[in-house]
Write a protein that binds this ligand. Structure first.
Ligand SMILES: [Zn+2]
Length: 184
């Protein structure tokens, strides 16, 4: 939120400068375009207007459109750090932020070096492997636990096992509650 006025002010300044430059060079550029697109109509009565101030009207509109488009693009792709103008294409916090190399916590304000890339890549692989292993462990745990808790016998054993695989945090106390409708 804090970066918004800065970005807006910067864009307005850029647009003003762009318009000023364009107006200064309008005669030159406009004539070049007219000559090369074959739209020159020298003897026409409106030539004076369209090659003069009139030709700037469309340019104002074009600049406005371009400025709006650039603003939208910048809003979408620039770093989420307030007031930062770099392209933020490094996701952080699981994609919540798109940050530039300078503001991404992994890069410590420097461009990622080959060492860092390899280290982060290996860390990522290790984390994925650990997560997969944990998932496997939880799955094993959930299939083993209800049978052990109930001793593998009794009328509610199969129902408890079905409920247990759905909720790994359930203890035998809650499993008995789910088994009550089964008995009545
Ligand atoms: Zn940044």
């Amino acid at each position: 939120m804090k970066g918004r006025p800065i970005i807006t002010t910067g864009l307005i300044c850029a647009a003003v400068v762009g318009v000023a430059l364009w107006v200064i060079h309008a005669r030159l550029v406009g004539h070049w375009v007219e000559v090369h697109t074959g739209t020159v109509n020298e003897p026409g009565p409106y030539y004076g207007f369209w090659s003069g101030f009139g030709s700037d009207l469309t340019e104002f509109a074009i600049i406005g459109t371009i400025a709006t488009g650039v603003y939208q693009l910048v809003k979408k792709y620039n770093c989420h750090y307030p007031g930062c103008w770099r392209v933020g294409n490094h996701p952080a916090a699981g994609g919540q932020f798109s940050l530039c190399y300078r503001h991404h916590p992994d890069y410590q304000g420097k461009k990622p070096t080959l060492d860092l890339i390899q280290r982060l890549h290996n860390e990522h692989l290790a984390r994925q492997a650990a997560m997969l292993g944990k998932l496997h462990e939880v799955h094993q745990h959930s299939t083993d636990r209800p049978a052990a808790a109930n001793g593998g016998s009794g009328p509610g054993a199969s129902a408890a096992q079905a409920a247990g695989s759905g909720n790994t945090q359930a203890d035998p106390g809650t499993l008995d509650v789910t088994a009550i409708p089964h008995d009545t």
